[in-house]
Design a protein around this ligand. Structure first.
Ligand code: ZN
Length: 275
């Protein structure tokens, strides 16, 4: 897979142009990737929607359940995927980010033995994950992403990181909490970030800052971790427990931005190793 002229090569992706853009990014941007699910019935229907000028929405790419990629907007051009959104001191993430949409039905409702999407299609149990969303407290049912989609998302993010100066990979749910719940807990967002932006990259010698460089420890019994440097922003995970080791990455107005490293044992049945 290659990018030239802000487009994926023809062997790797179809290009179907969307008119829903607001021109080129400013200098040094994009520096962020935002991951979404389509909450749609197929990749084809999502491509149709996101290229329709009457629909004020678009994204740079749609990844189908078979891993096929359709690019709608060149990577140097602003797409309309984030809507009202905030991260740190930024507002309106479209002008900072590349948007990737994964074909997925989203949250499902259980009805007898079936799991039903908002548009009425039913999904069998093996396509369903039961999990608590990072912004919520109760269990919900979520449509699984296919392995091909997850693998393709890794590959594309890696390529984008190598091509542009990508510093963050975020979920729509993190920049528009309350309003949006995509990509949701069925998508391994934390693992993707950890692998592509942190530890593994250091093996390639392009990141001297491997591992924890500014270790610190949580002294409160429970410490909220938030999307921005003030108490009015959303919490983005379960509170950190006393004694949790964190890595200080930035400081602002009485707040630290920290990475949290964690190590523990998990069942192999629920882990997929990246390629
Ligand atoms: Zn979204």
């Amino acid at each position: 897979m290659k990018i030239s002229g802000a487009k994926l090569d023809k062997q790797s992706a179809n290009f179907v142009a969307s008119p829903n853009t607001s021109g080129e990014f400013s200098e040094d941007l994009p520096d962020t990737i935002v991951i979404h699910y389509t909450a749609g019935s197929s990749a084809e229907s999502s491509v149709r929607t996101l290229t329709n000028s009457k629909v004020k929405a678009s994204a740079h790419m749609v990844i189908g359940r078979d891993g096929a990629v359709t690019q709608l907007i060149p990577f140097n051009t602003i797409a309309w995927h984030a809507g009202e959104s905030a991260w740190g001191d930024r507002r309106g993430l479209n002008k900072y980010s590349i948007g990737i949409e994964l074909d997925n039905a989203g949250r499902l409702t259980k009805s007898g033995e079936q799991y039903i999407s908002w548009f009425g299609r039913s999904y069998p149990e093996q396509e369903v994950i039961k999990a608590v969303h990072r912004n919520e407290e109760k269990l919900s049912y979520w449509h699984r992403f296919s392995e091909q989609q997850i693998t393709k998302t890794y590959e594309i993010c890696e390529l984008l990181i190598d091509t542009y100066d990508i510093k963050s990979i975020l979920g729509h749910e993190e920049i528009s909490p309350g309003r949006k719940s995509d990509p949701g807990p069925a998508f391994p967002l934390d693992k993707l970030r950890e692998r592509l932006l942190h530890s593994d990259r250091s093996d390639q010698g392009d990141n001297e800052m491997a591992g924890v460089d500014n270790p610190a420890v949580v002294t409160a019994s429970m410490l909220n971790i938030r999307s921005g440097p003030n108490g009015g922003t959303q919490t983005i995970a379960q509170p950190l427990k006393n004694g949790t080791v964190v890595d200080i990455k930035d400081e602002k107005e009485g707040w630290y931005r920290v990475d949290v490293k964690m190590s523990g044992w998990v069942s192999k049945n629920f882990i997929k190793k990246a390629t």
